[in-house]
Design a protein around this ligand. Structure first.
Ligand SMILES: Cc1ncc(COP(=O)(O)O)c(C=O)c1O
Length: 372
């Protein structure tokens, strides 16, 4: 519950824990001075630890979408063939951004609600042997699907293409082993499992990506990873850093590492399970296929004949639960509940209790559907 008594269950932005809120009260400091240098170096070191990488993690003022662009303009050249894997709205948008920036985008689509299958990816790579990079979505927030990132990345590595991962709703919530899984570029945004306000783009960048950056064919300034790395080595950023967000991120990383990443992931696994069980007990159908259901966001169908917006209105009005609808063609047919970041059992129990109550009120005459 936040201060206003709202059970804030969006799949991003997510609730801010007290230490993060407190950190944001700090006054401004000189961004070229020793205090900031120490803070930035420390923050990036903790971010590497959380990403499980020995290679640079860099920050920009920006959001997840900017991360797509940073990856593209630094690792590729206009006209390069890439393979975009798409199983929902965000994978689709990543593919579109590639097209907008002049890449030759080939697509591997899975029906929304399903995950990308490693065998399908292998086939697609055989059919498109020239692709230089593959875009993967770790967790498809629009459908509540987690892709088998480790297995997908292994297929891409076998092929030799760059592994570019959108982990906007995965990082900090779901197991993520940047180096061990051979991920070349992992992007995320502060407003999801990082427990921070929106506005910070986070990218973990491995050696193959740095090599690609030396060859990239795009002009770039603000998003140049080489400039950001050179500054970071001095404890600085090329432009004025978003100080308040850096304070927040430093505090959040400290909380996560204190809890321990395995425990953070386990907490999310339990919250995912609890939420899915509650939704099914309410007689509602989960949208994602079994085996691919996300532990950071749950998507479900409202009772037959009820729109997502009507369901969400009731959740908000009668139970002070703020959830979210679907996206794209599913905008009014899915309800999504976030359980990433600063999320605990009591709030999720409250949320699924409210879902059950609303389902019972609005879903009269609808037979319970089991997705199991
Ligand atoms: C998986 C995924 N990718 C990308 C984005 C875009 O991020 P932003 O809205 O922060 O630009 C989102 C936003 O929710 C997302 O969930």
């Amino acid at each position: 519950m936040d201060e206003a008594g709202v059970n804030f269950r969006l799949p991003g932005p997510t609730p801010l824990p007290p230490p993060v809120l407190a950190a944001m009260q700090r006054p401004m400091i000189a961004h070229r001075g020793p205090a900031f240098r120490a803070l930035y170096a420390e923050t990036l070191a903790l971010a590497r630890e959380v990403h499980r990488t020995d290679h640079p993690v860099l920050l920009w003022p920006g959001t997840g979408s900017a991360g797509w662009e940073v990856a593209i303009v630094n690792l590729l050249a206009p006209g390069d063939p890439v393979l975009a894997t798409v199983c929902g709205a965000f994978g689709d948008r990543f593919a579109q951004v590639g097209g907008t920036l002049g890449l030759d985008v080939r697509r591997l689509d899975a029906p929304w609600g399903r995950a990308i299958e490693p065998t399908a990816l292998r086939q697609s790579l055989q059919d498109n042997p020239d692709v230089k990079a593959v875009f993967l979505t770790h967790n498809e927030t629009s459908t509540g699907v987690t892709n088998p990132l480790r297995e997908l990345a292994a297929e891409v590595r076998d092929h030799g293409a760059l592994v570019v991962v959108d982990s906007v709703s995965g990082a900090g919530a779901l197991p993520l082993e940047t180096d061990a899984w051979g991920l070349d570029f992992v992007l995320s945004g502060s407003q999801k499992a990082w427990m921070c306000p929106p506005g910070l783009l986070i990218a973990a960048i491995g050696p193959r990506a740095w090599a690609a950056a030396a060859e990239s064919g795009y002009p770039r300034f603000f998003w140049d990873i080489r400039a950001a790395r050179a500054s970071a080595e001095q404890g600085m950023t090329p432009t004025t850093p978003p100080l308040t967000l850096v304070y927040a991120f430093r505090a959040a990383l400290g909380m996560m590492l204190e809890e321990g990443m395995e425990r953070v992931w386990e907490r999310h696994r339990r919250l995912g399970e609890l939420t899915r069980a509650g939704v099914e007990m309410a007689g509602l159908r989960l949208f994602a296929e079994a085996g691919a259901r996300s532990d950071s966001v749950t998507a479900f169908l409202p009772p037959e004949g009820v729109t997502a917006s009507a369901f969400l209105d009731r959740l908000r009005r009668d139970h002070a639960v703020e959830a979210q609808g679907g996206q794209g063609h599913l905008a009014d047919s899915l309800v999504r509940i976030g359980h990433m970041g600063w999320a605990h059992e009591a709030e999720l129990r409250g949320a699924v209790g409210a879902v059950a109550a609303v389902a019972a009120e609005l879903g009269t005459g609808v037979a319970p559907v089991s997705a199991r």
